[in-house]
Design a binder for this molecule. Structure first.
Ligand code: SF4
Ligand code: SF4
Length: 317
């Protein structure tokens, strides 16, 4: 998998967990305020996008389906550890491919957590059983549930460039169903086409307006624009001195406030990862339990520098 290989531009860097290539102390991040726990529902997806960071497809089951019982066991651990979790996020793959998606969401909502499901709003979500389950969740929990829809670009031809012809229209159909049934929606877009932040937000605002979607294009929490992950770009290593130089705090970085649980194919039990961005890097596996996952994370990957410390990436902002 691509995360296991270091791009040549970074040769010699990101080798030692504690020390950078020039001998400085590598920065680390403590789990200072765990607010979001992510579950990867499985890597299977109904489509195969050009730039899917987790390499999902209709055949990739490297991460297998999570179950409602497994989710419940982690919810028990949150309570036992006293983590101040506010939100449970579900990502994939396409979460609605997982037959237990509704049960998993209900398990979290029934304990008072907010739930965020990332989806392409296409056929898996639109199956009769999923729509019926979603309507029940809406009736029981209303605004505690948000669906964040991937709309790579507000122009259909650019969205379809990533996701294959006709995808935009199918996603739009799903969004209209969510709109008509009063679901809370957010959108995740990409900045791969080089639009400025202002241009992107203006484009999404017009798209929402045309379709009557109650989504704020100016709110980065409701319209999340993701930078592209260029695996070959040269990036600096983050040392303990960088926080002061960049005027940034370790508490701002995603792994200070979240973890992601995945289940690998063939593994006897799920495992907890430092974050959502590095699903295939063994060094960022922290253990099977939330207790083990409380340890500090050493920023020993180009993504740590490029997206989190220098770029400010967040999956749930
Ligand atoms: S819809 Fe999402 S999970 Fe599926 S292939 Fe595309 S980016 Fe990956
Ligand atoms: S990629 Fe970001 S969130 Fe993940 S371990 Fe590195 S700094 Fe933390």
């Amino acid at each position: 998998m691509k995360d296991l290989e270091q791009p040549t531009a970074n040769a010699g860097k990101f080798q030692n967990r504690h020390v950078t290539a020039d001998g400085s102390n590598r920065a680390s991040v403590a789990l200072s305020k765990p607010e979001t726990l992510w579950f990867n529902t499985g890597t299977l997806c109904n489509i195969e996008c050009a730039n899917c960071y987790i390499l999902s497809s209709p055949t990739n089951d490297a991460l297998v389906y999570f179950t409602a019982d497994e989710v419940t066991s982690y919810l028990d651990q949150i309570e036992a550890r006293g983590w101040p979790i506010r939100e449970i996020g579900f990502t994939g793959g396409e979460p609605f491919m997982n037959p237990q998606m509704i049960d998993m969401a209900r398990a979290c909502l029934s304990r008072g957590y907010e739930v965020l499901i990332l989806t392409n709003a296409m056929r898996p979500m639109m199956r009769k059983s999923m729509r019926a389950g979603l309507l029940e969740l809406r009736d029981d929990y209303r605004d505690k549930l948000t669906l964040r829809i991937s709309v790579d670009h507000y122009r259909p031809e650019l969205h379809d460039e990533e996701r294959s012809a006709g995808s935009f229209e199918k996603t739009l159909e799903g969004m209209r169903w969510l709109r008509d049934n009063g679901f809370r929606m957010a959108v995740a877009g990409r900045t791969v086409w080089g639009d400025s932040d202002a241009e992107s937000r203006a484009g999404y605002a017009a798209f929402y307006e045309r379709n009557g979607f109650d989504i704020d294009a100016g709110d980065p929490g409701q319209t999340v624009l993701f930078p592209e992950m260029d695996e070959t770009a040269e990036v600096p290593e983050i040392t303990t001195a960088c926080w002061g130089i960049l005027n940034k705090s370790p508490t701002d970085v995603m792994c200070a406030s979240s973890r992601m649980v995945v289940k690998r194919k063939g593994a006897p039990s799920p495992t907890v990862l430092a974050c959502t961005l590095l699903p295939y890097s063994p060094e960022f596996e922290l253990g099977e339990t939330l207790e083990e996952a409380e340890r500090d994370v050493h920023l020993n990957h180009p993504h740590c520098a490029k997206f989190c410390v220098l770029g400010g990436a967040s999956c749930s902002a």
